[in-house]
Structures are given as C-alpha cells and as structure tokens.
Design a protein around this ligand. Sequence first.
Ligand SMILES: [Zn+2]
Length: 55
Amino acid sequence: MRKCEMCGKEGSRMEANHKELGRIMVCQDCWSNLYDKNSMTCSVGSSGGSCSCCR
Ligand SMILES: [Zn+2]
C-alpha cells in the first residue's frame, strides 16, 4: 500500500518538494499542512513562472 511519508496514512498521495526532506509523497492533509506552513519548494519557479508557495 502507498503510505504518506509524513504521517504514514495509507491512501492516495501527492508529491511535495519539501525544503528539508526533498521530494516526498504525502497525503492530501499533509500536503495542505506543508503548504500552509510554507514548507515546500516548488518546480514552477525553475520554469520561469511563479506561484503562491514560492513568493
Ligand atoms: Zn499524511
């Protein structure tokens, strides 16, 4: 089974680029949590765009 790398919960996961942990797969809840805490980097910036998580 797929497990969230943050909380271990099984289910669908989303990819997150954590500032300290690197690329991890987390559940929706943890993804939102990381987003809220601004703990993610994102790949949008490298392609010349910008997003709310890398201001
Ligand atoms: Zn989780």
